[in-house]
Design a binder for this molecule. Structure first.
Ligand code: NAD
Length: 446
């Protein structure tokens, strides 16, 4: 398969896994798992924990590889690596307690056995953090792991496999299948015990169908169309600055980025003005330098954004900043603010996954709540107001997994994460994540 560096458009051929090899990878993974589950939890933790040393030593290499694979600004890639290390340390510390057998009475207890083979299928937008977020707890619980990194981030995927190969783990306990849809589809049709999938809602649905013959346990972390509601009492300048930043992180390619904004009519004009000012300030350029936004990850992302903007324009939207790919090498698309958008437009129904910020005028917060909830998605949402009591009340009414007042997105390291409706199979706290990689069994004495 071909991989293209999004900032230079230099393409190269990268090796993908032959479909015929996939059943053999599954057999080897199963054999490795039967050995690994016999290793006591203390030794498993020790072995997996040794990965932190490698990651700390290789932090700069990983950071650059992420950026070269998918165009994320280098400082954001570095943060991704640092977060991954913290997550790894956290899981190693907490897992033994979380999967210890639980005594209910003198004659009943629950034991937490491994599931078996866990396939981890991941997207390109956080190509290092996302697969490891599932792979680490899965391994600690005694499972084997088969990674299927995104075809847009093959080098990050190779690096992860290389690091695991350096640990003193049973052979084939972690394996990687390289490639795209074809390989993903073939993998999900194998006899797996569990699939942890992060990616689009469209692919999530396919995975459920493809794997239905074997009924593996499936965790789904899917897309979103995350709303922010801005009430008339806010300090407009500061909130517009924060919202543009939360919309443009990772060039708008974050599952929990703000993707639409509903503003009360009294401050609408001033909010739009301030958003335009902030949008124009964003520095777009070479992701290896100090910029706010790098290129989009691929030509197909550019196409998707262009299609959505054309559709919006045709239906009457005003494009106030950006709107067109830059005339230079690389998939550079500037931050784009739009107004006069409505529910009929593609970008208000499907996740755009790019640096575009549609702003909608609403009569009051009740209308904003109605419009926010009028979607198949339910990942994150936020309310911006000085009235925290009202903010909390509105949060209760929003149909999303993570709702916030005066901030947006994921919580602290150990906080729950996930979406509802077609954004995923529900909230999982980091504690919950660990146990979800086990097969709980009730053991009774008569
Ligand atoms: P995608 O669904 O196109 O691909 C994700 C992965 O699935 C890739 O590895 C891909 O090769 C594989 N795949 C594709 N078709 C498959 C099939 N038929 N069977 C099995 N595997 C298949 O998503 P993407 O474009 O890589 O990532 C962006 C999406 O991920 C966005 O929708 C974003 O919101 C979502 N995302 C969600 C979260 C979350 O936690 N909810 C986090 C990050 C990204």
């Amino acid at each position: 398969m071909i991989h293209t560096n999004p900032s230079t458009e230099n393409s190269r051929n990268v090796k993908e896994t032959d479909i015929k090899e996939i059943p053999k990878i599954i057999s080897k993974s199963s054999l490795a798992q039967s050995k690994w589950e016999k290793v006591c939890i203390k030794d498993r933790v020790e072995l997996i924990y040794s990965l932190t040393k490698i990651l700390k030593r290789e932090e700069e290499t990983i950071t650059r590889v992420i950026t070269q694979d998918m165009g994320k600004p280098i400082t954001q890639s570095r943060n991704e690596v640092k977060r991954t290390i913290r997550m790894l340390e956290y899981f190693c510390k907490k897992t033994p307690k979380l999967i210890k057998k639980e005594k209910h009475s003198w004659n009943e207890q629950t034991v937490y056995n491994p599931k078996g083979i866990v396939a981890v299928i991941s997207p390109w937008n956080y190509p290092f953090e996302t697969p490891l977020n599932s792979a680490i707890p899965a391994l600690l619980c005694g499972n084997s792991v088969i990674l299927k990194p995104s075809e847009y981030c093959p080098s990050t995927g190779r690096l992860i496999q290389k690091f695991f190969d350096r640990l003193n783990l049973p052979k084939n306990i972690v394996s990687t299948i390289f490639g795209g849809k074809k390989q993903g589809e073939s993998l999900t049709k194998q006899k797996l015990d569990m699939i942890s999938f992060t990616g689009s809602t469209h692919t999530g649905k396919k995975i459920v169908r493809q794997s239905s013959d074997n009924i593996p346990k499936i965790l789904l972390e899917l897309g979103g169309l995350d709303p922010a509601i801005v009430l008339k009492d806010v300090s407009v300048e500061s909130v517009a600055r924060k919202i543009v930043a939360l919309n443009s992180m990772n060039s708008g390619q974050a599952c929990c980025a703000i993707k639409r904004v509903y503003v009360e009519s009294e401050i609408y004009g001033s909010f739009v003005e301030n958003s335009i000012k902030e949008s124009k300030k964003l520095k777009l350029g070479d992701p290896l330098s100090n910029v706010d936004m790098g290129p989009l990850s691929s030509q197909s992302q550019i196409k998707k954004i262009e299609t959505m903007l054309q559709n919006a324009k045709k239906k009457g939207a005003d494009i106030l900043t950006g709107g067109k790919k830059l005339k230079r090498k690389g998939f550079y698309f500037p931050h784009t603010v739009l107004t006069k958008v409505d529910q009929d437009m593609l970008l208000m129904n499907e996740e755009p996954f790019g640096p575009i910020l549609p702003i909608v005028k609403v009569k009051n917060w009740k209308e904003a709540v109605y419009l926010s909830n009028n979607t198949k998605y339910g990942l994150t949402a936020s309310v911006w107001t000085k009235n925290r009591k009202l903010g909390k009340k509105i949060c209760q009414m929003l149909g999303a997994g993570i709702v916030s007042v005066n901030t947006h997105g994921s919580g602290a390291l150990a906080s729950p994460w996930g979406g509802i409706k077609q954004s995923g199979t529900g909230l999982l706290s980091f504690k919950g994540v660990v146990r979800s990689f086990t097969e709980p069994k009730l053991v009774r004495l008569g």
